[in-house]
Design a protein around this ligand. Structure first.
Ligand code: ZN
Length: 112
């Protein structure tokens, strides 16, 4: 994973993760993964129904989603556990059985 948020204290991007804790080697700051997602408030990720999603939520895909680089697609109705929210176009990082690490768009999922 190289999509960790920058340090809230010194803005260093060399943050690293230890279980539920994020740490910054530059200033020694340590903070909770959950806290950083709610504290930053920089972005909100909503599912197809407008429900706000949070890190660790489970979602279900609502349509077949093609997977880049393969001829396979993720079928509608696939359950995705333990999502991680990212501030980007594909705003959900997750792992899907049989596919591995994926980035999804929140508009194509709903909260499980
Ligand atoms: Zn720092």
């Amino acid at each position: 994973m190289n999509e960790l948020p920058p340090c809230p204290q010194c803005k260093s991007t060399y943050t690293y993760q230890m279980d539920e804790i994020l740490a910054c080697p530059e200033c020694g700051n340590e903070w909770n993964v959950e806290e950083s997602s709610s504290a930053s408030e920089g972005f909100v990720v909503k599912d197809s129904n407008g429900q706000i999603l949070q890190n660790g939520d489970s979602v279900v895909t609502i349509k077949n989603l093609p997977v880049k680089g393969t001829s396979q697609s993720i079928k509608a109705g696939t359950k995705v556990r333990n999502i991680r929210l990212v501030d980007s176009d594909h705003n959900i990082d997750c792992k899907i059985d049989g596919f591995g690490a994926m980035a999804l768009k929140s508009e194509f999922v709903k909260k499980a």
